[in-house]
Write a new protein. Sequence first.
Length: 477
Amino acid sequence: MTSNLDQQKTPQEAVAATLKRLEGAFALAIVFAGRHDLMVGARRGSPLAVGYGEGEMYLGSDAIALAPLTSRICYLEEGDWVELTGEGAVVHDTADTVVQREVRQTAHSGALIGKGQYRHFMQKEIFEQPAVIGDTLHAHIHPALWTVELPDLPFDLAALPRITISACGTAYYAGMVAKYWFEQIARQPVELDIASEFRYREAPLPEGGIGLFISQSGETADTLAALRYAKAQGQKVLSVVNVPESTIARESDAVLRTLAGPEIGVASTKAFTTQLTVLACLAIAAARARGAIDHDREAELSAALVEVPARAAEVLNHDEAIEAISHELAEARDVLYLGRGSTYPLALEGALKLKEISYIHAEGYAAGEMKHGPIALIDEMVPVIVCAPSGPLFDKTASNVQEVIARGGRVIFISDKRGIARLGEQAAYTIEIPEVDPFVAPLLYAIPVQLLAYHTAVIKGTDVDQPRNLAKAVTVE
């Protein structure tokens, strides 16, 4: 960049001229030989934030990246470029006009970022889940009335022809669980799509519908592109994000926050369960608005949610037993995960976690699909992890487990006390989960699959918090 700048211009003028010749998406930080007092930042298609310190200024991708340094953040808008000196920042828009951008006080701070007593950020974040789920519930459920209370929304939940959910990675699996909830509890039609494919289908979207977009960082490039497609199709946009200052939040008509706090580990854990918490509250609110449930059922579902933090703490008490099981997983080359109903997305999420941080090939399947191909892989060298809460779907899943065992497969069986009493003796290992309303089961079954992946990665000696080739926020296609 420096070699191309016109030496007859000031650095700022040269940058402005050069930016007009650039194509594609970028977030740039430019420094100049001999000018230690100046840095220029520019963005197009990728996020960039300015941090305000005491006599010092910063550039970073988002609020979390800047959290150890400052809590005062200004997000640049599309096409902006900024001059930074020790005294402050001057922001220019695409026409090179000086503009004002709001400086926000972010909730994230360096004090929250340390590992504390934990070996890895991921481990810390797994164990923070009872607290952050509780914080998120406190923001959305009235403790005396047992009712869900959401902020005012710019659309009527009772009149939506369809909700279109789109997200990437772990957030997509949260959306998949939400699809079960919306359709079963609220009788609300839902379309679900991976954000990186959504707009390429050129899907026709119904008049009066909404787009629901889920992202931890609020900067995921594919999710943001899907959001903009939905807006162009006339949809109202509701986002579920962990960073209220993020681009997705700013471009949404309404925002539901997950109160997970900073999540540093690349493999999402507490962000996932707080996304589920918010989506469960939204599903209850939709069910109430549509007349699909009465007050008593709303109170039952709300009470079941309020119990989750305590039940999650019980699951975490099995950490040592789960670590022992992980020694067998660490020896495997391939692992299968099975689930049925709303635990099917948990099978997908468990497989993703194992792949992300231990580099073991893993696949998640709907249990009923096992005979349609995956059963050919099963032998004594392929561990099979099954999420199977007792309930109306248990017998069907139990049949699948017995088919695995009959072919020599070693089953790690995750269920509650009743489920383990019926099938646990046939499994190689069992992990007991508290028995809860099936509505909230996905929140609890997420935790053991996270712990299995975490301990397996530690045993294998991989970089748990920063797995190879992955980034926390995927800000490019």
